[in-house]
Write a protein that binds this ligand. Structure first.
Ligand SMILES: [Zn+2]
Length: 179
């Protein structure tokens, strides 16, 4: 563990991260056809080895580490968001897990969120899954309305996912988390 002493104080610069087995919190995803298509015969093994880190800051929802491919999940999102939102978010992140395993970048710092190839692929997959579980076009358009994208970006993302709308009237489906 790297220690650094300056200004009369010492800071330990490496902190442990508590990781939990994905399957302790999320069961049955290995039977979802969309997830099986992602990982094929390795589905059970990949999900069995997947780890989750929970964080309790009152912002953010879910993400995938581009260092080791583990999931990061907000405890507030997990506790309070609609079931289908959490479900689709997990499918979305599993797409990123696959991208990570293929050695593809998850983040494109020079591109807008809705233009990143990693996000377009993950959202397309998620919208297909939403259609499979019977969600309406309106619900899916609302699902895509996350508060960190503009109305124009929302329209672009919806169009790319095949649920395009002429005007963006959707309200953010997610509860706005205040700091
Ligand atoms: Zn994503």
């Amino acid at each position: 563990m790297k220690m650094q002493s300056e200004l009369g104080v010492t800071i330990q610069r490496k902190a442990p991260t508590k990781l939990h087995p994905f399957t302790k919190f999320f069961r049955g995803f290995e039977t979802v056809p969309t997830v099986r298509r992602l990982f094929g015969k390795q589905t059970k093994r990949v999900l069995g080895a997947l780890k989750v880190e929970f964080f309790s800051a009152r912002f953010g929802y879910m993400g995938t580490s581009d260092i080791d491919g583990h999931l990061l999940i907000s405890t507030h999102h997990l506790a309070d968001s609609e079931f289908r939102t959490v479900y689709l978010d997990i499918v979305h992140e599993l797409c990123h897990v696959r991208q990570f395993r293929k050695g593809r970048p998850l983040f494109y710092p020079k591109l807008s969120y809705v233009d990143a190839p990693s996000e377009i692929e993950a959202y397309r997959l998620t919208i297909k899954e939403g259609q499979r579980i019977g969600m309406t076009r309106r619900q899916l358009v609302d699902y895509l309305k996350v508060e960190w994208i503009s109305p124009a970006e929302h329209r672009r993302l919806a169009r790319r996912c095949g649920v395009g709308v002429k005007r963006s009237r959707a309200r953010a489906h997610r509860r706005r988390l205040k700091k």
